[in-house]
Design a protein around this ligand. Structure first.
Ligand SMILES: Cc1ncc(COP(=O)(O)O)c(C=O)c1O
Length: 356
């Protein structure tokens, strides 16, 4: 517990604004586990972080928006896809702190801009919404891929006498106004929380499985695990990038986080576990496997997963268990990272697959 106290002291020394309902509970998925011989499944309910329908971004924004306030910002600028959970929670957090928000939403060819799901919520929070047409070449995960649009907005805001703060997509990469991996810090803290809760249950997980998109949730958990429980594997199911790019994001953010915390330990080659095979047809594309995973967890546990992140991660987890990836007797914790507002804009894809 000394390591835990030291780590909590370190993460606790960063400026932070309260936005999330913490700690979130860990629940046993007894009925779901009953279908899988010898594997005990737990779920960390970060869909219940409380900020605008919850999700993983609330923990990250506590640190990121504290940094924005320290830099005297009055406007948060960020970007992502049209149904972004990150933008929705950023818009909510900005509203709560009396800041303006500008969300640049990249629309894929044929994508809908109906006021539904997260896009509706952005509007309710009075974010300035800029829809930009994305092409196949748009590299949304890095600021360099969208810099033209973001720089123009920064200039416009500065010319109007305002102080913009550019938060990277997903609050992940160290770029824009973020000079530290503050999003990952939220998930180092989350690992401490998980470690404390599961130690009290007498079963620190052998593995944590999560959806990985921009990388800082996985990076934060990985750094937390390296410090507190190196035997716990952090397994990212990629929902957005192929293996090499996604692993590089997680690695870079993890290394920056180790530096930020002043930890000497370095990552070993195989510490970063990113599984790209469940990406299937690509980011945000709903498949039968995802619908089946949503169906199974809803009907065994009464828990809603989402079509883009947690449904895909759960479809991966189910497949991994079936393939004997986890040794018998393993305790596996699934991180529910939120995303449920996207169920509504995906309703027709979902209904098509559900056997009702
Ligand atoms: C619901 C949900 N789960 C998981 C993720 C992935 O988290 P990260 O971007 O930190 O990899 C995201 C965002 O990208 C998300 O919105």
């Amino acid at each position: 517990m000394e390591k835990l106290n030291n780590l909590e002291e370190k993460t606790g020394s960063f400026p932070r604004v309260p936005l999330a309902h913490l700690p979130t509970p860990i629940e046993q998925m007894k009925r779901l586990s009953a279908g899988f011989d010898g594997i005990d499944l737990l779920i960390k309910r970060d869909d219940g972080t409380g900020l605008a329908f919850g999700g993983n971004k609330a923990r990250k924004l506590e640190f990121i928006l504290a940094d924005a306030l320290a830099k005297n910002a009055d406007t948060i600028i960020t970007w992502a896809g049209v149904q972004s959970n990150w933008c929705r929670q950023t818009a909510a957090a900005a509203a709560r702190l009396g800041l303006r928000s500008i969300v640049v939403l990249f629309r894929k060819p044929g994508g809908s801009t109906e006021p539904d799901g997260n896009l509706l919520l952005d509007t309710i929070f009075n974010a300035r919404v800029e829809i930009v047409e994305a092409s196949a070449e748009t590299k949304m995960m890095e600021l360099s891929g969208v810099a033209g649009v973001i720089d123009a907005l920064v200039e416009e805001e500065q010319n109007a006498g305002r102080v913009p703060y550019v938060a990277s997509i997903g609050g992940s990469r160290v770029e824009g106004s973020m000079t530290e991996p503050l999003g990952a810090l939220g998930y180092v803290e989350a690992f401490s929380e998980i470690f404390l809760q599961t130690s009290a249950m007498g079963r620190v997980p052998d593995a944590i499985v999560l959806a990985t998109g921009s990388g800082s949730t996985q990076a934060g958990l990985l750094v937390g695990a390296m410090i507190l429980s190196p035997e716990t594997k952090i397994i990212g199911i990629s929902v957005s990038e192929e293996k090499e790019t996604m692993s590089r994001y997680v690695r870079e953010i993890s290394e920056a986080t180790l530096d930020l915390l002043g930890v000497d330990q370095r990552l070993e080659e195989d510490d970063v576990i990113v599984l790209p095979e469940y990406l299937q047809e690509g980011y945000g594309i709903m498949t039968r496997e995802v619908a089946d995973a949503i169906d199974l967890v809803a009907t065994t546990e009464g828990i809603l997963l989402d079509p883009v992140y947690t449904g895909k991660a759960m479809s991966g987890l189910i497949d991994l268990i079936g393939r004997g990836f986890f040794p018998e007797g393993s305790t596996v914790l699934f991180l529910h990272s939120g995303g449920t507002p996207a169920l509504f804009p995906y309703r027709y894809d979902l209904i098509k697959h559900l056997d009702r």
